[in-house]
Write a protein that binds this ligand. Sequence first.
Ligand SMILES: Nc1ncnc2c1ncn2[C@@H]1O[C@H](COP(=O)(O)OP(=O)(O)O)[C@@H](O)[C@H]1O
Ligand SMILES: [Mg+2]
Length: 288
Amino acid sequence: MYEEYFRLREKPFSLTPDPGFLYLSESHQQALDHLLFGLESGEGFIVVTGDIGVGKTTVCRALLRKLPDRFDTALVVNTLLTEKELLRTILGDFGVDVPGGTRKDLLDALNRFLLDAAERERRPVLIVDEAQNLAPPLLEQVRLLSNLETEKRKLLQIVLFGQKELKEKLRLPELRQFNQRITVRARIRPLNLRETARYIQHRLSVAGAPGGPFLSPVAERMLFRRSRGVPRRINQLCDRALLSVCLRNAARVEREDVVRAECSLGDGPEGGAPGWPWRWFRWRGGWA
Ligand SMILES: Nc1ncnc2c1ncn2[C@@H]1O[C@H](COP(=O)(O)OP(=O)(O)O)[C@@H](O)[C@H]1O
Ligand SMILES: [Mg+2]
């Protein structure tokens, strides 16, 4: 809507986890380093946690882009599956013809694929996003997959991304073995004030913004406070704030734009709606 006004090539604050927009805060960088290093060194079992919208899926996509060619990956994103469906998804993603039949047939097929991959010096990795949704029996199934090994090393490395409920699940007594198996843990944290400002600037410049301070210092601090440094929330607020700047025919995000953005998202200081459409209406000049 406002892309043309700001001379942008694309939407700077969309909610898709596009790794092309990746900004590496200290915590995102650390998570990615842990992942790459862990997988390179055959660590086997990696868990990355973080709150909603903090950038887990984005880091996951960035990882897929950065992994060297010798890694084969299977990515599971739908975690509301049965055990058989999970195995079928993994096999399908590794490019194995999925046999019909029992759970054992599926496991045998996976085992054959993994042994063959090991022989060809390939490094298969199973990545599960939204892993907090996996029911305990499925987590147990995943752990069993991590048991497959040769004398030298694991046949399958596993990475789980999940919200903090995943951590809580892993503390359940029936998942104790699972918990003990984890070799690398990383946590993605929200951005701090400085990172929030850089993040916003970074996304704008990837979208083609021609430099310049886009935010007043007050707006910057306010965006940080209202988003608590969570990228998803920053994106939502910035998207609305830019629209507000555009409607004001202005050049830079000011405090009022952030207030308006927050109200339009329905959670402003006064609870947002229902007051907000009228305020917006008045602000646009009423009927005049
Ligand atoms: N490090 C980052 N760099 C750029 N954009 C990010 C980053 N982290 C999160 N985002 C953006 O924030 C939004 C939510 O990120 P996402 O990866 O879906 O979070 P999660 O999977 O943790 O819920 C997406 O629009 C994504 O592009
Ligand atoms: Mg996600």
